[in-house]
Design a protein around this ligand. Structure first.
Ligand SMILES: NC(=O)c1ccc[n+]([C@@H]2O[C@H](COP(=O)([O-])OP(=O)(O)OC[C@H]3O[C@@H](n4cnc5c(N)ncnc54)[C@H](O)[C@@H]3O)[C@@H](O)[C@H]2O)c1
Length: 262
């Protein structure tokens, strides 16, 4: 058998310096924490959000040294997504090669009381949004990137695997994200673009605060760690999945749940 390379002496560069990373939903919660951790690791950030003011506020929280930019995007709308991707490329001088699909919404209602509009809005943002942004990102990277190597992390949810009372649209959208992640991962690996997703449980963000207190208590009771997660705890995993540290991970669904739902 051929001797394998000594990885202790041939370790690739793990820094994100020189990489451009686009984070949707970067104006709040987990997306904002992803921007902060990715910038700490050297990436130049494109903070993309439907709320441009919030995206601009994220810029003020990033370490100085890189010229980070904020762009407005509505991930539900193809034209808005393509315009945001073009703005990112124009302002950074190259297309992003790292993507975090984090924009998301939720809605709590019993299954029988969920109306068409509430259902459709969740599917449009959480699932169609990832379809549209990923297509635009991959096209721009393959057409314009000098080094077309890329990585994508989708923010799904543990309820995409387990389901959850009062969250039929949300859970279904996240189940769709898990499935879409695996299909994109299988198709894009040959183009040197790795796709993975993370499945958080309840995380302490504005969206997490919409979950009723009794549900918080239930998640805490069922999680061996006995507490909710912090946005930066998700962001560290996302950053790992975007970096060359995870170079052999494709189509993985990494649970960040304190042990809930394992
Ligand atoms: N917080 C949790 O408990 C939790 C758990 C599992 C998964 N998640 C997922 O993590 C992601 C981030 O959630 P969060 O808790 O940080 O929520 P958040 O509400 O704090 O942030 C969501 C961000 O998405 C943006 N956004 C909403 N609709 C958009 C659109 N159409 N186009 C562009 N941007 C849009 C919002 O403006 C906001 O900045 C979501 O996909 C969510 O489903 C959250």
């Amino acid at each position: 058998m051929a001797a394998s390379a000594d990885t202790t002496t041939t370790t690739p560069s793990y820094t994100l310096t020189g990489k451009i990373a686009l984070v949707t939903g970067g104006g709040s919660g987990i997306g904002r924490a992803c921007c902060q951790v990715l910038a700490r690791e050297g990436a130049r950030l494109v903070v993309a959000d439907i709320n441009l003011q919030a995206a601009k506020h994220t810029l003020t929280l990033l370490p100085v040294g890189q010229q980070h930019v904020a762009v407005a995007v509505d991930v539900r709308d193809r034209r808005s997504v393509e315009a945001a991707m073009k703005a990112a490329q124009d302002q950074c001088g190259a297309p992003p090669s790292l993507l975090v699909n984090c924009a998301g919404v939720t809605n709590l209602a019993p299954f029988l009381e969920t109306d068409d509009d509430a259902w459709q809005k969740i599917i449009d943002v959480n699932l169609t949004g990832i379809f549209l942004v990923t297509q635009a990102f991959v096209r721009s990277l393959l057409e314009n990137g000098k080094d077309a190597k890329g990585a994508i992390v989708n923010i799904a949810s543990i309820v995409g695997k387990t389901g959850c009372p009062l969250m039929c649209g949300y859970s279904a959208s996240k189940g769709g994200v898990i499935s879409l992640t695996k299909t994109c991962a299988a198709e894009l690996a040959s183009k040197a673009i790795r796709v993975n997703c993370v499945l958080p449980a309840v995380i302490d963000t504005p969206m997490g605060a919409m979950v009723p207190e009794e549900t918080h208590e239930l998640f805490k009771r069922l999680a061996p760690l006995g507490r909710l997660g912090r946005p930066e705890e998700v962001a560290e995993v996302v950053t790992f999945l975007l970096s060359e540290r995870s170079s052999y991970m494709v189509g993985a669904c990494v649970e960040v749940t304190g042990g809930y739902g394992m």
